[in-house]
Every structure is written in structure tokens, then in C-alpha cells.
Design a protein around this ligand. Structure first.
Ligand code: OGA
Ligand code: MN
Length: 301
């Protein structure tokens, strides 16, 4: 009989979970406890979970449909190999490794594209149905591995001036991977990529379906606001991200190998920090749970 406990990490909105072994099936009670822990904390840390891809997938499936990772990244253009995947389509490969387990070369287009993970974002906000949870499993972490930072978009919303709260209410943004990568000067996309990465619309203020708390749905993928001049929209979004990522809203995760971190993309943004990724292996693998539907057609999502 497992006995789960979740304790806050510091004074933050992250919780550390103990008493759960993710290598096997979990009882409905444990799954429910994790789900309500997610509603409350928005980031949960599970330590010492030495799991396989299948175990990660099976654990993930407790929380909803697992998103296909197709459409979330790009290929190296000049490869003759049709399949450049290292992992199955159920997993987003967030590592710095190619399909032969070699570290990406400095100029590799896939590496440069993945640098976008260093910009504050919410996973899959560039998809019509964005992500609910992300589950990131650290299989191998370098000694001075980079931290990942999480910002609480509920607290950020609560702290907005009343006037800004009125202004953001009802606004719709357009999100695309081309907008976030464009900020890095990464602007060369094939015809096919441009079609795959066509902008999608997302509300700027969303309401959590269980707690009914409001949060700012921000991401570096957001490149304009419907009905606004683009430059003004980008400046406003930049100001909002700056507000929302002040230290009092941020939890800094220091990775150990075999950590599994689960976050709620509906209530948080995150970014990974810089490290020497052309020299050291960092093997992290993500499963992603889809949310209930497009944000623009639902009252609470
Ligand atoms: C992700 C991501 C952060 C990291 O998996 O969605 O942004 O720590 N990764 O690699
Ligand atoms: Mn991410």
C-alpha cells in the first residue's frame, strides 16, 4: 500500500511528491491525489524515478490523451534519412541528441530550433488544442546541468493592476513556433514547415476548469493580438511576460538524474537555461497531455 504525500517546495507553487513508484500501475486514489496536487501546485517534482519510455507513457496516460509530438519540431534539411526520430512519436525529444545518440553539431538546424526552449513558453500553445500537462523525465543530466524555471501565471494574473485585468479580458492572441523562433533570428522555414506552423488562436486569459482560477496564457509563441497592430501587440505581450516572470512568481528547478517533473501548461510558463550543449549530453524526454479543446471555444479550459 503506497502512501502519497505532497509537500510545498520552499514558499513556492511547486510541490515534491513522495511515496509513489512510477514503474508500475497506480491505484485510482493515487492518480486522483496527483491530479488534485497538480490543480493546487501546478508543478510537481518526483525524485528518483528511474523509468523507461513505456513506464513514462503509461503513467502519463492516467491524465488524459497523450499528444503526438509531430509538428513540434523540424528536421535537418539535407538528410537523406526519412526518419530522424530518436524516440517514438509519443515523446518530445528535448535532448541534445540525434537519432544516432550523437550530440548535435553547433550549426545543426534542429539544435538551433530547440534553443527556443530557452524562451519563456507554455507547451504546445502553438497547437489548436494546447497542452494540459507536460511530464519531463531526466534520464541523464550533466554535472552542471541547466535549471528549468517555472512561472506561476495565476499569481501573475492576480498581481495585475485592475486596469490591465480589464484590458486583457477577452483578448485573443495568435501563436506559432515561427513567432518564437523569429525572436532568435531563426526565420528560414520550408513551405511544409510554414503550413505546419500556421498560427493558431488562444485566449489571453483563461480559467482553470477545476479551481476556476484565472491565469495569463502567455508564451513566446504569441506573436500578435487579433485586431491590434503587430508591433503594439508584441510590445504589450513582452511587458506582460516581463511582469509574469518576476522572481516572486518563479520556481527554479535544479535537476537530478531520474527526476520527473510534471507541470500544468494552463497555469504556468517555463524556460530552460543555457549550458554547454555541444559538449555534454542532456537526455530529457517529454510526454505531453492534451487539454480539453481549443481555448477560444470554451468557457473554462
Ligand atoms: C519542455 C521544455 C525544458 C527543459 O520539455 O517542454 O521546454 O528543461 N524543456 O529542457
Ligand atoms: Mn517546453
Amino acid at each position: 500500500m503506497m502512501s502519497i504525500s505532497i509537500v510545498p517546495i520552499g514558499k513556492n507553487f511547486a510541490g515534491e511528491v513522495s511515496g509513489v513508484d512510477l514503474r508500475g500501475p497506480l491505484s485510482p486514489d493515487i492518480v486522483a491525489a496527483i491530479d488534485s496536487g497538480m490543480d493546487e501546485f501546478a508543478v510537481l517534482v518526483f525524485r528518483d524515478q528511474d523509468i523507461t519510455d513505456n513506464q513514462q507513457l503509461e503513467f502519463s496516460q492516467n491524465f488524459g490523451p497523450v499528444e503526438s509530438s509531430i509538428g513540434g519540431n523540424i528536421s535537418s534539411l539535407h538528410s537523406t534519412r526519412p526518419d530522424q526520430r530518436r524516440l517514438s512519436v509519443d515523446m518530445a525529444d528535448v535532448s541534445n541528441l540525434d537519432q544516432d545518440q550523437n550530440i548535435y553539431a553547433r550549426e545543426d538546424r534542429r539544435r538551433l530550433f530547440n534553443l527556443g526552449n530557452r524562451l519563456w513558453h507554455s507547451d504546445s500553445s502553438f497547437r489548436a488544442v494546447p497542452a494540459k500537462y507536460s511530464l519531463l523525465s531526466a534520464r541523464s543530466i550533466p554535472a552542471d546541468g541547466p535549471n528549468t524555471e517555472y512561472a506561476d501565471m495565476r499569481a501573475a494574473y492576480d498581481a495585475l493592476d485592475v486596469k490591465i485585468k480589464e484590458e486583457v479580458e477577452g483578448l485573443i492572441c495568435e501563436h506559432s513556433l515561427m513567432y518564437s523562433r523569429g525572436q532568435l533570428g531563426f526565420t528560414e522555414f520550408t513551405e511544409e514547415e510554414q503550413q505546419t506552423f500556421a498560427p493558431v488562436r488562444q485566449v489571453l486569459v483563461r480559467t482553470h476548469p477545476v479551481t476556476m482560477r484565472k491565469s495569463l496564457f502567455l508564451a513566446s509563441h504569441a506573436g500578435t493580438i487579433v485586431g491590434w497592430p503587430m508591433a503594439e501587440a508584441r510590445m504589450f505581450l513582452r511587458d506582460l511576460i516581463e511582469h509574469a516572470t518576476q522572481p516572486q512568481f518563479v520556481y527554479v528547478h535544479r535537476w537530478r538524474s531520474h527526476d520527473l517533473v510534471v507541470w500544468d501548461n494552463r497555469q504556468t510558463m517555463h524556460r530552460v537555461r543555457r549550458f554547454n550543449e555541444t559538449e555534454y549530453v542532456r537526455d530529457v524526454r517529454r510526454t505531453t497531455i492534451s487539454s480539453d479543446g481549443p481555448t477560444t471555444t470554451q468557457v473554462a479550459n
